[in-house]
Design a protein around this ligand. Structure first.
Ligand code: CTP
Ligand code: MG
Length: 244
């Protein structure tokens, strides 16, 4: 099986607040993106790697065997830019924000997709351990990186009530937290991404677009260690795990 890895590394890392793009922040001896590159290099099914880089950082990675492209204003744009350079049947999309990815996990997700000819994608995911409450509004996104947006939400009592009022509790037995890598048949992914630019702007992963197009996406169970570095707390946890 021949796979191209696309690593989304073009974010600015606002919530980490390290003063530069998150993918290039040092972590236990190398940058976040270099940890992911090393894992994909060690995965036997991966033939080539394309990294979407933030402005001004393309030269940090250029010159070797990596494909390097400019990222876009959104994660979806960055992935699309990199996807243009993919010529294999399968693509593995990965966030540089997950530096603890392993070759075993990468190969596992690829094998899950390869074993099912009907499936368009397979994604690393971990069972949700918290009890998940659903609130009655989508007006406020508690994950928004813009402090001004958060500020506006908490100033308005109407928005605050809607945000804090529990609508219902979801059945945890059916809930999985999606991670990366996410592996797709390239044709199906290209079709799904071309479908609807508004939906694309809202999508937080590629699998959502395949699901919306009616495609079959499979879960591949992944360990909780494959954590996403978003805040300084996450960076400290990742550092401890990588130094072990
Ligand atoms: N990403 C990207 N291009 C963008 C935005 C994000 O390639 N325009 C990548 C990031 O580099 C990261 C992944 O998408 O590896 C997940 O995004 P996130 O964790 O939100 O990273 P940032 O956008 O950098 O962080 P923040 O939202 O805190 O600014
Ligand atoms: Mg972001």
């Amino acid at each position: 099986m021949s796979v191209t890895a696309v690593i989304a590394a073009a974010g600015s890392g606002q919530r980490l607040g390290a003063g530069g793009p998150k993918a290039f922040v040092p972590l236990a001896g190398k940058s976040l993106v270099e940890w992911s590159i090393a894992a994909f290099r060690a995965a036997p099914s991966v033939r080539s790697i394309v990294v979407a880089c933030p402005p001004g950082h393309v030269h940090d990675l250029a010159g070797g065997d990596l494909g390097v492209v400019d990222g876009g204003a959104t994660r979806a744009e960055s992935v699309s830019n990199a996807l243009a350079a993919v010529d294999t049947e399968l693509v593995a999309i990965h966030d540089a924000a997950r530096p603890l990815v392993t070759p075993e996990l990468i190969e596992g997700v690829i094998a899950t997709l390869a074993d099912d000819p009907d499936a368009a994608g397979a994604i690393a995911a971990t069972p949700v351990t918290d009890t998940i409450k659903r609130v009655g509004t989508t007006d406020a996104d508690p994950h928004d990186a813009d402090p001004q947006v958060q500020c506006n939400v908490f100033r308005s009592s109407e928005a605050r009530n809607a945000l804090h009022r529990v609508e219902r509790t979801l059945d945890r037995r059916r809930l999985w937290a999606a991670q990366t890598p996410q592996v797709f048949r390239v044709g199906a992914l290209r079709e799904a991404l071309a479908a609807d630019s508004e939906a694309l702007a809202r999508a937080t992963d590629e699998a959502m677009m395949i699901e919306a197009a009616g495609g079959k996406v499979l879960i591949h169970p992944s360990p909780p260690e494959n954590l996403k570095v978003t805040t300084p707390f996450d960076l400290r946890v990742a550092e401890l795990l990588l130094r072990q």
